[in-house]
Ligand binder design. Sequence first.
Ligand code: ATP
Ligand code: MG
Length: 345
Amino acid sequence: MAMIAFLPGDGVGPEVADAAKRVLEAAAKKFSLTLDFKDCFFGGAAIDACGDPFPSETKEACLGADAIFLGAIGGPKWDKAKRRPEAGLLEMRKALGVYANLRPVSVAGGMEHLSPLREARVKGVDMLIVRELTGGMYFGDRTEGDDRATDECLYTKEEVTRVARIAFEAARKRKGRVASVDKANVLATSRLWRNAVNELHAAEYKDVELSHMLVDAMAMKLIQAPAEYDVILTENLFGDILSDEASVLSGSIGLAPSASLGDGTRGLFEPIHGSAPDIAGQGKANPAGAIMSAAMLLRYSLNEGAAADAIEAAVSKALASGRGTGDIGGEDNTASFTDAVVELI
Ligand code: ATP
Ligand code: MG
């Protein structure tokens, strides 16, 4: 039996989380899995319930779980809270030790027209961005004055090696290619990054095709020729920017899933979109990103690849047959699109 800490969160979070749960239950039935969901308060909902975005009961449930599923958190209601919902999320990532953020970006056949890029350009796009999540400039020392400010960018070889390993392992299960992104012509941390990636590759992953790209060139190539890439590996700041850039390729933020992984199999899974307060409570949020995140949960934390494949195939098929919510020009609401996916499973 697998225990899933289930954190619906705020805004559209509970709406898309409920959709993901229904789909997980359908997959569990089909593949004879036993899933035990433990519902927990998190984010703004937790502030309202007990004054803390990441209460100790939630933390305990997450640390004891096989996987954590999160809807979305935050919203204007908690902008002035002493500890904001987002602070709870940073604390949770740290508590779970999830140092690699995985964001697949794909454009399903027949769905090319949703992209803001020309259809020929996004045909066949199927990439996985692996972003380092707990190091680099976001976690270095800062000094802040009126005339002078600094942000330290620090990486250790070990931090690079462990996230590179996740990228190489993922590539082995995909098309076998990793493009590592850095700015090694300028930055010392990037030269360390490149050396550590090369060293791990030579020692253990010679079967994977490795290339190196400068981040400025990659920003351009993601728009020019996105279908050329399989796994893209990069550090925290570059990954933040490139993954948002890449998420545009598929046409709606509501379609994109993510996973955050560390050592071991326990991971944190959430759609990349936020709590979307402008459409919350109306039943029209696109649940596809949350549903695809649930598929990633099955694949990465529970090692149920076949069930994950079945969910992804059902979503692709539903989309290809013209089903979908308003953000992608469809006529479904959250529940009816979810019904279609459950039916297909
Ligand atoms: P965060 O700071 O948490 O990333 P945000 O304010 O940057 O949040 P979102 O909450 O993701 O952004 O919302 C951005 C826009 O995308 C909004 O107009 C929102 O309605 C839309 N959006 C977000 N998620 C969905 C979804 N699942 N389905 C449809 N539209 C969505
Ligand atoms: Mg945002």
